[in-house]
Design a protein around this ligand. Structure first.
Ligand code: 13P
Ligand code: SF4
Length: 315
């Protein structure tokens, strides 16, 4: 089948099986086009919770699909490629983290949503890059906190809130490999551009950014800004939505590492049109977990969604 036939079949199967496709901004353009909802991790978690379709096809990475299943366990949740992992989730094995947590019994555990269900089950509260700062600020100042698994996001929250959260030593392999030096070189070439960065970037890069925020926050910032040019420190996939919403503006991506001019997450890009078609046709690979694990992991995610509503971050 060529791409056009694949697209037609995906649309047909989706209707026939009462399925919904949730897509993250970092997905391939053609997958974003086929998604019923595109969003950041927070919006997609909320969308997954509210879905009443029989099947949720999650075009993102494994922890996102797992979160969808935990929040809406009656639905069949499919992920086009089970290998679509995340370096942050991989950096934090459950047994090691349980030991670390046991060493600090007086600390509350906040975990970034980019972690496994096992880590979520060991957490008191989940956050995303879209709500982390406000959630942390809402907690009593004397509250001791372990923040896992992203040391860059945790370090950023520490720097803006003045907290001293204990950080797990994990990074996003895409954002952490973007260098402040690359941004400065781009700034010299494009002095009229604003630098916008995702908080998964390293601290040195975040220091030279004009704006730091989640994928959705970056999109909002661009829409409101009078600026015409942006140096963008996040995964390349988001350029599609940025360009679509702002055809008169220019976006220059900060390379991840030294070997290319791109910033692709190899995990996010594992989902392809063909795999999306096959997964809808065969209803596999499916996300499955024990009831017990889902119940334990659900509490801190629901707490995050409830707190985000109370704080006016989401509706
Ligand atoms: P957000 O969509 O929450 O900004 O997160 C980005 C990310 O890296 C997802 O893997
Ligand atoms: Fe994980 Fe980074 Fe890829 Fe997001 S971009 S899925 S944080 S490895």
């Amino acid at each position: 089948m060529d791409n056009e036939q694949l697209k037609q079949e995906i649309v047909r199967l989706k209707k026939e099986k009462n399925a919904v496709i949730l897509g993250h901004y970092y997905q391939r353009n053609e997958i974003q086009d086929l998604s019923d909802y595109i969003g950041d991790s927070l919006a997609l978690a909320q969308m997954a919770q509210q879905c009443d379709n029989d099947i949720i096809v999650f075009c993102g990475v494994h922890f996102m699909a797992e979160t969808a299943k935990i929040l809406n366990p009656k639905r069949k949740v499919l992920l086009p490629d089970m290998e679509a992992s995340c370096s942050l989730a991989e950096s934090c094995p459950g047994s090691d983290f349980a030991r670390f947590k046991a060493e600090h019994p007086d600390h509350m555990v906040i975990s970034y949503i980019n972690c496994s269900a096992e880590i979520k089950a060991l957490s008191d509260l989940i956050c995303t890059s879209g709500n982390a700062e406000k959630l942390v600020r809402s907690l009593p100042e004397e509250q001791k906190i372990i923040f896992a698994p992203d040391k860059n996001l945790g370090g950023y929250i520490n720097s803006v809130t003045g907290r001293n959260m204990l950080l797990w030593n994990g990074v996003c392999m895409v954002h952490d490999a973007m260098h402040a030096e690359s941004v400065l070189k781009l700034k010299i070439a494009h002095p009229d551009a604003s630098v916008i960065a995702h908080p998964e970037c390293n601290g040195a890069l975040l220091k030279v950014a004009d704006f730091v925020g989640s994928t959705k926050a970056m999109l909002n910032y661009i829409a409101k800004s009078g600026q015409k040019k942006f140096i963008v420190a996040t995964e390349t996939g988001i350029l599609y939505e940025m360009q679509k919403n702002n055809p008169d503006k220019e976006f220059i991506v900060v390379p991840s590492g030294d070997s290319c001019n791109c910033a692709d997450c190899s995990y996010m890009k594992l989902n392809t049109l063909e795999k999306l078609y096959l997964c809808l046709r065969d209803e596999t690979p499916e996300i499955l977990m024990s009831e017990d694990l889902m119940e334990k992991a659900r509490k801190p995610i629901v707490r995050m969604l409830d707190m985000s509503k109370q704080l006016g971050i989401i509706k």
